[in-house]
Ligand binder design. Sequence first.
Ligand SMILES: [Zn+2]
Ligand SMILES: [Zn+2]
Length: 235
Amino acid sequence: MLIEDLHTHTRYSHGLGTVEQNVRAALLAGLKRIGIAEHGPKHLFFPVKWGALKRLRAEVDLMNSKYSGRIEVLMGLEANLLGDGLTDVPSDTSLFDYILLGYHKGTAPADKLSRSWARHLLFRQADKYGSSNAKAYEKAMEATPKLLAITHPGTYIPVDIELLAKAASEHSVALEINNSHRSLTKGALIKAKSQGAKFLLSSDAHSPSRVGNVLNALELAKDAGVLEQVINWAY
Ligand SMILES: [Zn+2]
Ligand SMILES: [Zn+2]
């Protein structure tokens, strides 16, 4: 069974529901823990506002008191990879229980490598950068405290999955199997497992009704034979 869904969004970025609606949906889904991980502050269209982070923390704390003994509520962040090791993770991460990190469309290129990503999105020219991109993630892993997982690896930009998986394994960072962005293939998961990777199943819910729904991700994990490497699944 799924223990926790740590990648959900609310109105604090571009989800549809409130924190409490996500929490109640997680309770209905039988989860022990739910995480709210809003888009990082440098997303151009759907950022969590800096000023809202303290309010979100207070709301998460309130939920923990209200639903104490029934479910645990965590506050994360889905930070943006902005370039070669560059992210929008705040220098002070004390508000967060954990950090997720992924590349997203809608972030401004910050260096030569990320300009290649922007070109790739328009003209598909960055396939050759798969290993550079894996190294960019690795540098970001080294620089990011509380980093739990890389979200939807391979979505929007190519990444050498074996290099990424090796680095993730060395830094105790999981690779997400995202229920909505289905960029990882069975073959990629098998390669990642061979490099010692661990995985995180997530809904990436943008509405409460999708919280805890990891059916696609679960099917893929089973098909690839990596369920034992999933950190938020219990038999
Ligand atoms: Zn994302
Ligand atoms: Zn997300």
